[in-house]
Design a protein around this ligand. Structure first.
Ligand SMILES: [Fe+2]
Length: 243
C-alpha cells in the first residue's frame, strides 16, 4: 500500500487536473496502483502574484473529498504544496494565510527546482528554510540538467539535511531516458529518500507507482525499495522523522 506525497490532482488550480472528472480519473489510477493516501501539492510560485490561500485551498479540497465520497471511492486526501525554490518563500513561511507544508503540519516542505538551471544560492535557501524548523524535500532533482551532471552537489544538499524525492516516471527508462539514467545513479549511491507520482493528468503523467516500485526493487533491492516507496512516504505524512 502506497502513500503519494506529490500530486497535481486538485482540479483547476495549476497545470494538473482541469476539472473534477479528470481528478477522479487520476484518483482511480492511484487506486489501481495500490495508493491509498494522497497529498495534494499544487504549484506555489512565490515569484508570481496569484497565490492559493489556505481558505480557498481547504474549500477546494472539501469539494474534491465530497466528490470522492459521492463516487464511493476510498482514498485519504491531505493538503500540501509544491513550492518554487525562491528566497521569496521566506516571506510566506510564518504567514498563517497559506498552507505550505505537507499534511499541513510544520515539518516537511516540498521544494521544486527549475529544469534547466539551479536557483541562486540553493544551499543557503535550504538552510534558511530549515531555520523555520522545516525539512525541505527536493522534488525530482533528476529532472534538473545541472544536477544530472553534478550528483555531488545533490549529496551535499542531502548531507545538510534535505530529503530527495524522485518521480515515478523517472524510473521508466523509455519515458524519460536522461532522468532515468540519473535516478539509477542516485539509487546506486543511496541518495534517494522517497518516490512520488507528481501526477498531472492521465496522458503520460499518471500514478505509475507499481512500475516504479518494481524498478526500485530491481535496482536497489527489496528492503531499499520498501524504505523509499512505502516506509518513508508514510513517515512524511505522519510527520515522523526519517533517519
Ligand atoms: Fe509537481
Amino acid at each position: 500500500m502506497f502513500t503519494d506525497i506529490h500530486t497535481h490532482i486538485l482540479p483547476g488550480v495549476d497545470d494538473g487536473c482541469k476539472n473534477l472528472s479528470e481528478s477522479l480519473e487520476l484518483i482511480k489510477s492511484e487506486l489501481e496502483n495500490d495508493v491509498k493516501k494522497i497529498v495534494l501539492t499544487p504549484h506555489f510560485n512565490c515569484d508570481g502574484d496569484n497565490f492559493l490561500n489556505r481558505e480557498t485551498f481547504l474549500a477546494k479540497i472539501k469539494e474534491l473529498k465530497s466528490c470522492v465520497k459521492k463516487n464511493n471511492i476510498e482514498i485519504d486526501i491531505f493538503p500540501g504544496m509544491e513550492i518554487k525554490a525562491s528566497f521569496k518563500i521566506l516571506d510566506f513561511l510564518n504567514n498563517k494565510d497559506y498552507l505550505l507544508t505537507l499534511s499541513g503540519k510544520k515539518k516537511y516542505i516540498l521544494i521544486e527546482l527549475p529544469f534547466t538551471h539551479l536557483p541562486y544560492d540553493l544551499i543557503e535557501l535550504l538552510f534558511k528554510i530549515k531555520l523555520y524548523g522545516l525539512i525541505p524535500i527536493l522534488a525530482h532533482p533528476e529532472r534538473n540538467e545541472v544536477i544530472r551532471k553534478e550528483l555531488n552537489f545533490l549529496r551535499k544538499i542531502k548531507d545538510e539535511g534535505s530529503l530527495i524525492q524522485v518521480n515515478n516516471s523517472s524510473l521508466i527508462k523509455r519515458s524519460h531516458p536522461e532522468s532515468y539514467k540519473c535516478a539509477v545513479k542516485m539509487l546506486k549511491v543511496g541518495i534517494v529518500d522517497v518516490i512520488a507520482s507528481d501526477c498531472h493528468y492521465m496522458e503520460g503523467r499518471f500514478s505509475n507507482f507499481e512500475i516504479a516500485y518494481n524498478t526500485l526493487k530491481k535496482i536497489a533491492g527489496r528492503d531499499e525499495a520498501n524504505r523509499i516507496a512505502i516506509v518513508n512516504p508514510d513517515k512524511i505524512l505522519k510527520n515522523e522523522d526519517i533517519l
